[in-house]
Ligand binder design. Sequence first.
Ligand code: MN
Length: 286
Amino acid sequence: MERTILNTLRAMDTSDGAGVRLKRALGSTPAVRLDPFLMLDAFSSDNPEDYIAGFPPHPHRGFETVTYLVEGHMRHRDHLGNEGDLKQGGVQWMTAGRGIIHEEMPQQKDGLLRGFQLWINLPAAEKMQPAGYRDVADHEMPRLDLASGGQVKAIAGEVTIAGQTLSAPLKGGKTDPLYLDVILRPDETLTVPVLSGYNAFMYLFEGRVSVAEATLESDHLATFTDGDSVTLVAGKKGARLLLLAGKPLGEPIAQYGPFVMNTQDEINQALRDYRDGTLTAEASRL
Ligand code: MN
């Protein structure tokens, strides 16, 4: 059965970190989440004042962050001494687990910085696992060139389109996320299989796209009804979008900023741990 658009939402202008201007497509309020996805931020600016201050050291506990850089250059450092360079087209997958303290800083002083940060929840049993992260460069991610000119890039998960399987080097755990960057030429049509029972949405950041009778404008997010595939039809100027799907956890969520747990007691514990310097299992090298 084909999925159709259930709800559409315009991304909200906001700022985070040390004053990075961004559009929050998911997660602007607790009501605007899609289990297991907690948040999606889009940042796009060619004005360094909008991004240069970056995200100085800050903590996370209880979930995963996936940062995808479409244009630009960011450096990541964490309390474990990991240092990563996120370059154009690259992705960084960070499992905060029990706790991580890290910074995310733009490395360019001019030019376009464009990308996304997605927050994916962890199941209760995995929230306190050791922190870890992985960087994947642009060329490591598989692509499918569509016969009609467009392209699908697999950032996470696995999908088979037109008989070709794209298997991304990044695979989630229990939430089994599928994360695709889809570029469509004018009027191009693409059908993507999406596992039934998984929550799915798209975020359109260029052009227009239609699903059945509904049309989505740029900087908008659309959630889908259940089904086993979604058919996208690009507008007259083409389209570029992120398509995501994940297995819902169905667990209670307690969130305080960068801490996402199941109960308020666990949030209070995270705040105490952060204050006492025991949020992370290791001493901070930041
Ligand atoms: Mn962070």
